[in-house]
Design a protein around this ligand. Structure first.
Ligand code: ATP
Length: 383
């Protein structure tokens, strides 16, 4: 789907190449994080995939096309198969939310009927159906980024390229954006995302390609952010970190795509499915029954909340995408020490999987359907 063969990119007037000898293959349906310190070449990589720029040496194939063979005139046609999302949203400020999304389809000549169907559907998906008539300046940062995502996916691209899409957002808002990108990937779109968000990279356990000074120094399935470009989470100021109000367990549970079957963590380390563990639906049904019994019989104690369980692989993933026993404090002595989120980041109230299961569509499931008087403040990134 994306193939880099010994790709080097040297910008004019610079002594050192921004990218050097990159070999990279991304297959259909993958979710790939590109990480690395500032200046390591992440954006250069995405620009080359988008054919905004050409390599100084080497070959790039995207969707079966040799990018060096696409004439400048044909580049806009090639880009129709790619969606792009950037840190700074890049919305048209004089157009409404609806028109921003519709514009993408208008410029590629889609019919009015198609647009009238596709735009509301996509706004619904990102939880902005009720903001179609608003202008970008009337939206929060997270909402603006969701408009940008709607615009990027409205034409159902095969590949979504995201360059630090959460870089301007606070952690809680970033979580919503990550959930959305994860759900879009689960629906079949290949996602390549450059990011500095160590927390999400560590938690999502997807493929990680790490660049350092223009060279791929790591290409790891189910990887973490790594240490080279990371600001240790322990260095976050407490005030800044309070904004997060979340924890690994909450984020893990929240990043489960809608309807994915889940299993309880298996402390004995048995393979998924080997033990008779309840599915998420069974666990919730059991909790519901217990709630009902407690309601009619005061002698019956109210049940403990259902733990957010670990999920099984979805169709596009390696098995067990969220790793093994990270929700469990007990760890094998020989296991490498992982960065943990400190206690002050714990959520004020636990995630309620029952409530999550009762909500309807994707946007509701992801908590994206907020009312006007429910605005959140974007306070800038905490990484
Ligand atoms: N148009 C350009 N002209 C000259 N040098 C450039 C240009 N664009 C990028 N560079 C250089 O190429 C290198 C890689 O930059 P790039 O923007 O790809 O890094 P990055 O990993 O995306 O950084 P960041 O995380 O800060 O966005 C840097 O040294 C940068 O200064």
């Amino acid at each position: 789907m994306i193939l880099f063969e010994n790709v080097t990119k040297k910008y004019r007037g610079t002594a050192k190449p921004a990218l050097e000898g990159i070999d990279l293959q991304v297959d259909r349906g993958e979710f790939v994080f590109i990480v690395g310190a500032s200046g390591s070449g992440k954006s250069s990589c995405l620009r080359l995939i988008l054919r905004e720029d050409q390599p100084s040496a080497g070959k790039i194939h995207v969707l079966g096309q040799d990018l060096s063979k696409i004439s400048s005139r044909k580049v806009p046609y090639f880009r129709r198969s790619l969606g792009t999302v950037f840190q700074d949203f890049r919305l048209l400020t004089n157009k409404t939310v609806y028109d921003n999304v519709a514009f993408t389809l208008q410029v590629i000549g889609k019919s009015r009927g198609f647009i009238q169907e596709a735009v509301p559907d996509t706004l619904e998906m990102v939880g902005l159906a009720n903001k179609a008539k608003r202008f970008p300046h009337e939206l929060s940062g997270g909402e603006q980024q969701r408009v940008a995502i709607a615009r990027a996916i409205v034409n159902k691209p095969a590949i979504l390229l995201a360059d630090e899409p959460t870089g301007n957002l606070d952690p809680a808002t970033s979580l919503g954006i990550m959930q959305l990108l994860r759900a879009i990937n689960a629906a079949g779109t290949t996602v390549v995302m450059a990011t500095h968000e160590a927390t999400f990279v560590d938690i999502m356990q997807q493929r990680v390609v790490e660049l350092s000074q223009g060279i791929v120094v790591r290409d790891e399935q189910r990887g973490g952010y790594g240490e080279t470009a990371s600001i240790p989470i322990a260095d976050l100021s407490e005030a800044g970190a309070q904004v997060l109000r979340t924890s690994e367990a909450v984020v893990r549970a929240a990043l489960q795509p809608d309807g994915t079957p889940v299993v309880a963590p298996d402390a004995a380390g048995a393979p998924a499915g080997a033990a008779a563990v309840p599915t998420m639906e069974e666990a919730l049904a059991a909790k519901q029954a217990a709630v009902s019994r407690a309601a009619v019989d005061p002698a019956v104690p109210a049940p403990e909340p259902v733990e957010p369980p670990r999920r099984e692989a979805s169709v596009f993933e390696e098995p067990d995408p969220f790793g093994d026993d990270d929700l469990d404090d007990t760890r094998r002595a020989d296991a490498p020490a992982k960065r943990r989120i400190p206690e002050f980041l714990e959520p004020r109230s636990p995630l309620d999987p029952l409530r999550m299961s009762e909500t309807g569509n994707l946007a509701e499931h992801l908590g994206l359907n907020r009312t006007d008087d429910d605005e959140q403040t974007d306070v800038g990134p905490v990484r």
